[in-house]
Design a protein around this ligand. Structure first.
Ligand code: AMP
Length: 474
């Protein structure tokens, strides 16, 4: 088929955003899904993370959003909070030039803040099932205008009362909506949802999925004794000298133990696992993305669906017992045209699992036979120097936020507490020299401050010309 994005007749703001994101051509799943969702067909998609599936629904949804309609027009239900943030980030990136507002709503966040955020103009909501049902029951979300309902990674929600939750969401949304269901496996529960709610759906099965950028990852295994793992790990770090490193272990307990060990040895390291509070996890991921530390020790919680880009090295300290997790873990590196490396430590008892993985991925993984001690010594000096510079904040990796160079986000030192509303900001900004309504993008008013996107490269000019802007005499 080989479509180009332009063939889908997308709005110019969406095409421009895709271009800014570096998406040159649609991936396989996007070729199949985009035209169907644009055409308002219900679909069931069997596909995996890494195939570009998020954008496959984000693009048509953003295309079809009517930005003048201030109600929620699309709801994406995802299994985890991390995924909610990830998906909403992708949607926001795609929709930002069209001024689409997208909110992530999930458990353990203060409900009051969410209610306030839902009261503002929100076009798209990405939510975990429990929390969205909470809002439905409190009547703090209105789904009457919903035209797209997407259920993402449905297979991950199956064991958590999925069917009842999905029933509630369907019952509380209008009949005419388009439904997209994405799942890595299609089993009886998924079939139940299809039979009950999606009578004329078509099935898209992207079997031989090309994981985007897969070829950019160089994979190795190294055979080790369990007791030698830590020493080998240190040597590998010095040898490889990664700018950023993610280390995966199979259990929370093992994450905590390795983290403490590395911390004692003065590595710039943090941990990430399911037992940490939601806020803490979000901050860790944010700090890692911003390069405030360079080693993240993690359980598989963080490997699914999370786009922590720009990681130079992944080390599997434990061989994952679930073969799919191997692909997810190593997928954290080698993204976006960058080369990455993934090394897996294999002890005797792991032989069985690594063989299963090799069968599953369908190619052999190179074995590292020995470690050159001289190189380790040289590397250690270099690595420690790099860590010192990171600590001094000299070499902080730039966060990957500047996707749209035509946008500048202004920070305003006043928010809801000072009775500032979106319209006040629009009024004040459009009074500035050279600014017209079309130059003002997404506006977020928080309790104590506000953010406003200035489009069309005009933000820099404002920053140069005005130190302060007064809004409602504030
Ligand atoms: P996903 O399967 O949604 O987790 O996407 C995998 C990765 O591919 C994400 O980092 C996306 O930003 C990226 N991506 C999605 N669509 C494209 C595309 N058409 N071209 C290049 N990269 C893409």
């Amino acid at each position: 088929m080989n479509h180009k994005f332009i063939d889908f007749k997308l709005n110019k703001e969406i095409l421009k955003a895709l271009n800014n994101l570096g998406y040159k051509n649609p991936s396989k799943v996007q070729e199949e899904v985009i035209p169907r969702l644009l055409n308002r067909e219900d679909i069931v998609v069997k596909s995996k993370t890494g195939s570009g599936k998020t954008a496959s629904f984000a693009i048509p949804i953003c295309e079809k959003i009517d930005i003048n309609n201030i109600n929620v027009q699309a709801l994406v239900v995802v299994p985890t909070r991390e995924l909610a943030l990830q998906v909403s980030e992708e949607i926001s990136n795609i929709g930002r030039l069209k001024k689409i507002r997208c909110s992530a709503i999930f458990g353990k966040q203060p409900i009051k803040e969410q209610i306030a955020s839902l009261k503002q103009r929100v076009h798209i909501v990405v939510a975990t099932p429990g929390r969205i049902i909470d809002h439905i029951e409190r009547k703090t979300i209105n789904l009457d205008n919903l035209s797209y309902l997407i259920i993402d990674e449905a297979d991950k929600m199956l064991n958590k009362g999925f069917i009842e939750q999905i029933d509630i969401i369907f019952k509380n949304s209008p009949n005419k909506k388009v439904i997209g269901l994405f799942s890595a496996t299609i089993d009886k529960d998924i079939k139940y949802v299809c039979d009950k709610y999606m009578k004329n759906s078509s099935m898209v099965d992207i079997e031989d999925v090309e994981i985007i950028n897969k070829k950019q990852i160089y994979e190795e295994i190294i055979k080790v004794e369990e007791n030698d793992k830590y020493e080998i790990l240190k040597k590998l770090i010095y040898l490889e000298n990664p700018k950023s490193l993610m280390i995966f272990l199979n259990t929370r307990e093992r994450v905590v133990k390795l983290y403490s060990q590395m911390k004692k040895d003065k590595f710039l390291v943090r941990e990430l696992h399911g037992d940490m509070s939601q806020d803490k996890r979000i901050y860790v991921i944010k700090d890692f993305k911003e390069g405030k530390f360079n080693i993240l020790v993690s359980s598989d919680v963080a490997s699914r669906g999370i786009h922590i880009d720009d990681i130079s090295l992944v080390i599997n300290y434990d061989v994952p017992k679930d073969k799919e997790n191997y692909v997810h873990r190593i997928g954290r590196t080698g993204r976006k045209d960058k080369f990455g490396k993934a090394i897996t430590l294999v002890s005797n008892k792991d032989e069985k699992y690594i063989n299963e993985i090799i069968d599953y991925i369908g190619y052999d993984i190179q074995e590292k036979e020995y470690i050159e001690e001289n190189e380790v010594k040289k590397g250690k000096i270099k690595f420690e120097e790099y860590q010192r510079e990171l600590l001094k904040n000299k070499k902080v990796r730039k966060p990957d936020t500047k996707i749209h160079s035509e946008i500048t986000t202004l920070y305003l030192n006043a928010g809801k507490k000072k009775k500032i509303r979106v319209m006040d900001i629009v009024g004040a900004i459009s009074n500035l020299d050279g600014i017209v309504g079309d130059d003002i993008g997404v506006i977020k008013v928080e309790d104590l401050c506000s953010y406003v996107d200035i489009l069309n490269h005009k933000g820099e000019g404002i920053l140069k010309k005005y130190k302060e802007i007064s809004i409602k005499k504030k």
